[in-house]
Design a protein around this ligand. Sequence first.
Ligand code: ZN
Length: 235
Amino acid sequence: MTLHIDTDWGKIPPYAIMIMLSFAAGIGSMFFINVKSGVRKHMAGYLSLLAPFMSIFFGLLLTYITTFGKGLGLSSIGGLFGMFAAVVTIALIGRDRREFRTMLTSCTLVVPLMYSISKIGCLCAGCCRGIACHGAFCIEYTGKRTGDICVFPVQLAETLLFFAIFVTGIILFMKKKQNTELFVIIASVLGKGGLDFLRASHTDKIISLNQILCLVIAAVAIAGYKYFKKLRIEN
Ligand SMILES: [Zn+2]
């Protein structure tokens, strides 16, 4: 079974549609979780308004920086940074520590869903694609943007894995399990960092910039998580 994708699409670019869907689903879920968990409705609303702009801004900015001003594109890690930058900004305005914690949790929970949906866009557009391969389950791309190539369906693997992380995270959250955020963070970092080995952009590299950033995110997130947990125990 070989999946065939033609990247010579018509007027409507599939990538842009999936990015918009990704934001609609992610920001909508985040608003819902925040309001259900006791965040004041207007604060949750401000976060939903600010998050897409900051996410896209940092997504573009990180690509711009890492390509030394030559690249134009949305980096998912930059986008992730923007989402949390929006949470911090709204928390500074709201000045409520409990709301801040709730918003951090909801943001952590929805990011895998956003990534999962956005990767369908990459799959259709032929970007962020996998290493060359010719076995069964490979994707055959044709079209001007990619040329005729056969590659490993890494974007599809990312979509499935991150959707599974999202669903598991939500189930753990609803069961009020401890360390739910930590599970989501570690599973996401391992998933993203691990699957990066199967990306075409990883060829000829021992470790990619994405993987280094994953390690940094893991370190910062685990340190932050422990800090908040300590605060909770002290309160
Ligand atoms: Zn892509």
